[in-house]
Design a protein around this ligand. Structure first.
Ligand SMILES: Cc1cn([C@H]2C[C@H](O)[C@@H](COP(=O)(O)OP(=O)(O)O[C@H]3O[C@@H](C)C(=O)[C@@H](O)[C@H]3O)O2)c(=O)[nH]c1=O
Length: 181
């Protein structure tokens, strides 16, 4: 397993070691001990989520606030997504900055999104199965968010505007300036 830093503080890209042979391949999808050694972050996750989406779907930007905030270790098991994290920690040197990375079944990369970050992804393939671990439980009352096309953030979601499909909730998320995080 290899860890790569990103321009955002505490956000990491995780590249698993793949063992290939004539049967196929094997890799450790998650190893708490190695994860903690390499990142220095908490590797105790309590909830695993899966979503399936079709091309053009954009989920985000989401976070949970306060004591319910969640760090996420995200990956794409089928298809390809463009995954985005935005630093929404007001006291952070990278506050208001975003970083995006392509995650796919093919590249098998994982992305660690710390607590206090907004998170979202767009689906670039026909369908995508997205899997993520969370270090805190889902709590509907603590949901926060930022509008996907916020003018201050200027995120490039790698999709033509006409193809983008959003949930009713994500169509009306607050702006970055409104600060619902
Ligand atoms: C996130 C979540 C949703 N749900 C329910 C609530 C709702 O009825 C249904 C769909 O929820 P949503 O529309 O919020 O699902 P979705 O838009 O996929 O939300 C997810 O988006 C990505 C970008 C994230 O970062 C995640 O943390 C999460 O917020 O599933 C749970 O029961 N547990 C959960 O942990």
């Amino acid at each position: 397993m290899k860890i790569k830093e990103t321009p955002l503080k505490d956000c990491y890209i995780i590249e698993p070691t793949i063992f290939e042979d004539d049967r196929g391949y094997f890799y450790e999808k998650f190893n708490e001990q190695k994860f903690e050694e390499l990142t220095g972050m908490n590797g105790h996750f309590v909830q695993d989520n899966i979503s399936k989406s079709s091309y053009g779907v954009l989920r985000g930007l989401h976070l949970q606030k306060g004591e319910h905030s969640q760090a996420k270790l995200v990956s794409c098991l089928e298809g390809k997504v463009f995954d985005v994290a935005v630093d929404l920690r007001k006291d952070s040197a990278t506050f208001g900055k975003w970083y995006g990375i392509e995650l796919s079944a093919e590249n098998k990369l994982q992305f660690y999104v710390p607590r206090g970050f907004g998170h979202g992804f767009s689906v670039l393939s026909e369908t995508a199965v997205f899997a993520y671990k969370c270090d805190n439980f889902y709590n509907k009352e603590s949901e926060g968010g930022v509008l996907w096309n916020d003018g201050d953030l200027q995120i490039d979601w790698k999709l033509p505007m006409v193809d983008i499909l959003l949930s009713e909730k994500d169509k009306i998320q607050p702006t970055f300036a409104e600060g619902n995080f």
